[in-house]
Design a protein around this ligand. Sequence first.
Ligand code: MLT
Length: 264
Amino acid sequence: MPTVPTNGIDTAYTDQGQGDGAPVVLIHGFPYNKSMWDDQVAALTGSHRVITYDLRGHGESGATSGPYTMEMLADDLHELIETLSLGTVALGGFSMGGYVALAFARAYPEHLAKLMLLDTRHLPDSEQAREGRENLAKQVEADGVEGVAGALPGRMLTESTVRDRPAVAARASDMIRAASPAGVAGSARAMALRRDQSDMLPGISVPTLIVVGDQDGITPPADAEAMAAAIPNATLVTIAGANHLSNLDKPDEFNRALIDFLSV
Ligand code: MLT
């Protein structure tokens, strides 16, 4: 697996496919890794260059002790983009990856050709959510990631996915098992610390795709609709019958949304 040095760690990435448009860079969600994009990579690489990578503390990338910040994770991404000489990119972020994408859009707008905000939101955590993040961080620091690996995918996938396609839930759990406790704790605390990005949405000038599962209870459709209303050049796609991990619940519908957006 190739890596690039990014601010003191090695970041693992994949770089596949080719096409005329801006390279597509996809940021995974918490606490998964770049393999959550396998179905999208398969669908897109016939017509696009697609880069996926593991965030600090996840998958095969290095971990440091936290707390991380979204700005730090955006700086890691900037290093990756600069090192690979990608120029301007079509940047897609899923959930926590979307929090990173918004931090990146604020810090490095010159690198954006298009933006994809996928099952994510612009708003910060509530006080109650922050407490939950701290509890989760302490749990993984004390006991490792197994408890999270067992519990989280079932809350993020639809009941029918868990029941009828158990391999999908097992794959999601295995991704969590590949994350380090320091990375999961550092990222949980980064989400608790993240800022409200509402003020920057009207200034996003690039074409923006917003995708949300209609059953997403973590980053709900109301937030996706609010982002679509605030971003001038936004397209909203709501996927029926999908929970938070809409790319795993409904890969065909999710891929169609990305292909339609990236092909214009
Ligand atoms: C994610 O999927 O990245 C996280 O669930 C996002 C969150 O908890 O806010």
